[in-house]
Design a protein around this ligand. Structure first.
Ligand code: NAD
Length: 480
């Protein structure tokens, strides 16, 4: 299926439930036109010095700083978030400045020059050629932050970039494009378009490298198209993150960490804690502590500036979370606090919801839930805990809280996931941009898309400084 004509898409406001915004999805033709235009502008950007690109990117960071209020306002309506929207532009600005500080060194260190050890008269040099057009496709759960963080590395690398955020949360695109248009040189090589999956497909059909953040199902479609086109796909997909809590853990601290990891952003985070395994002797006390802490969490309703839990961004997601709770209860789980989503002022809210008596036959322990739900399961032995944590087709991140760091680390390294938080949960934010990890299983492919080098193809130049080897006299001896 393709989209040849522009289509009007309705956008729901998570705070009110009203459809109060529309976008016109970019058609195949428009994506082809944008791609051609960006490709024409890319060589000048890619061939400019890294210092030049740094200067342009610094200007953009300054402009984002200046326009922060309008970006925050749009992102907050898109997402229903308070605090997360307030820090989203800063995350992007900081990432641009951090990358600017290290970009020359990264590119310099990656360059290889020297003489062949086997044939010292052959010199080699490695050059970098940016992929001309990078396509970035983003999800709805952190629309401004995730779409924009992912443009930074390809821009520094010298690519032109075409971005499509989610159709569920596209309001921030207008103020974002204003920041880009304010810097004409950047506007030549960076464009945000709006649209849905069909627009996304058109980007995958036009770009030279794709960074896709979203669901496993759509990530697979993107990977298939990229494979057919022989272009790289960086896929950052869903998670079903486990936490293991041992009998030696400080249960008070563990409950604090688990609550934060499970309910931040109403659980709409790829690396939210979604499965909780507690050693059987600690199970009941841990559950009591978690229920007591959960009771202190307040909704952002009726005052959007008070409380911690915002409404669901996407109505369909609230239905998925409800269906996971229904499935668990039907299969024998016990609801200990919270419950299914409730409509308040048009928004769909859910209080921190704790289930016990769960098992791996339930959707709540297998599929990504993406809500503030905490299913707790008891285990007996360390081996069993590790087996349960690894019984998943996801492998994004995980957490272990033990009696000490050594115990947590011993267990953590046996979990098949890319980022392991020890003695806490949800440490991914702290590791982004500094630590490095891959996604395991279906949670992704191609490494995290933050590295400049990912967007550069290497080209080797080999020079013979002596006479060419004579095939008749020497045969293949010279190139042993
Ligand atoms: P989604 O797959 O429904 O959509 C993601 C984006 O892909 C949207 O922009 C959508 O329009 C587009 N799209 C849909 N079909 C497409 C296709 N066939 N070709 C190209 N583009 C297409 O995901 P979502 O519901 O928006 O996002 C939530 C998911 O994203 C969750 O699974 C979450 O865990 C994951 N996520 C992962 C990370 C990570 O870093 N691993 C970060 C945030 C979110």
């Amino acid at each position: 299926m393709t989209s040849t004509t522009p289509r009007e898409l309705a956008v729901r406001n998570p705070w009110t439930g009203a459809i109060d915004f529309t976008i016109t999805a970019a058609s195949d033709r428009e994506i082809a036109d944008w791609s051609a235009r960006l490709r024409r502008a890319q060589p000048a950007w890619g061939e400019a010095s890294i210092e030049h690109r740094i200067a342009v990117m610094q200007h953009w960071a300054d402009r984002l700083e200046r326009d922060k209020a309008s970006l925050i306002e749009a992102d907050s309506i898109d997402t229903g978030y308070g605090q997360i929207s307030r820090v989203a532009p800063d995350m992007v600005i900081n990432a641009i400045r951090r990358t600017a500080a290290v970009a020359p060194r990264i590119m310099d260190q990656a360059r290889r020059r020297g003489s062949s050890p086997a044939l010292p008269h052959i010199k080699y040099d490695t050059l970098f050629k940016p992929y001309p057009l990078a396509g970035i496709i983003g999800p709805w759960n952190a629309p401004l932050m995730l779409s924009t963080l992912h443009v930074i590395a390809p821009l520094f690398a010298g690519c032109a970039v075409l971005v499509k955020p989610s159709e569920v949360a596209p309001r921030f695109v207008k103020p974002m494009m204003e920041t880009i248009r304010a810097i004409p040189e950047l506007a030549e090589v960076l464009v945000y378009v709006v649209g849905d999956g069909l627009t996304g497909q058109a980007i995958v059909n036009n770009a030279d490298i794709i960074n896709f953040t979203g669901s496993v199902a759509n990530g697979r479609k993107v990977a298939e198209t990229c494979a057919k086109r022989f272009i790289p796909a960086i896929l950052e997909l869903g998670g079903k993150d486990p936490v293991i809590i041992t009998q030696n853990a400080d249960l008070e601290q563990a409950a604090t960490a688990v609550l934060r990891g499970a309910v931040t952003s109403t659980g709409q985070v790829c690396f939210s804690i979604e499965r909780i395994y507690v050693q059987r002797t600690a199970h009941d006390r841990f559950v009591d502590l978690l229920i007591a802490k959960a009771a202190e969490v307040r909704l952002n309703y009726p005052d959007p500036h008070a409380g911690q839990l915002s409404p669901f961004i996407f109505e369909r997601q609230a239905q998925i979370v409800d269906s996971h709770i229904d499935d668990a209860l039907a299969k024998g789980a016990v609801l200990r606090c919270g419950g299914k989503s409730e409509k308040l002022g048009g928004g769909l809210y859910m209080r921190p919801t704790l289930l016990t008596g769960v098992n791996h036959d339930m959707l709540i322990m297998r599929d990504e839930t993406f809500g503030p739900v905490m299913p707790v399961m008891a285990y007996d032995t360390e081996e069993e805990a590790i087996r349960l944590a690894n019984d998943s087709y996801y492998g994004l991140s995980a957490a272990v809280i033990g009696g000490d760091e050594a115990e947590a680390r011993r267990i953590g390294v046996q979990i098949n996931a890319g980022m392991i938080s020890l003695q806490d949960t949800f440490l991914t934010f702290a590791g982004s941009g500094v630590a490095d990890w891959d996604s395991f299983n279906y949670s992704g492919l191609g490494g995290r898309g933050s590295g400049i080098l990912t967007f550069l193809r290497k080209q080797a130049l080999l020079t013979n400084t002596a006479e060419p080897a004579c095939f008749i006299k020497e045969g293949l001896k010279a190139v042993k």
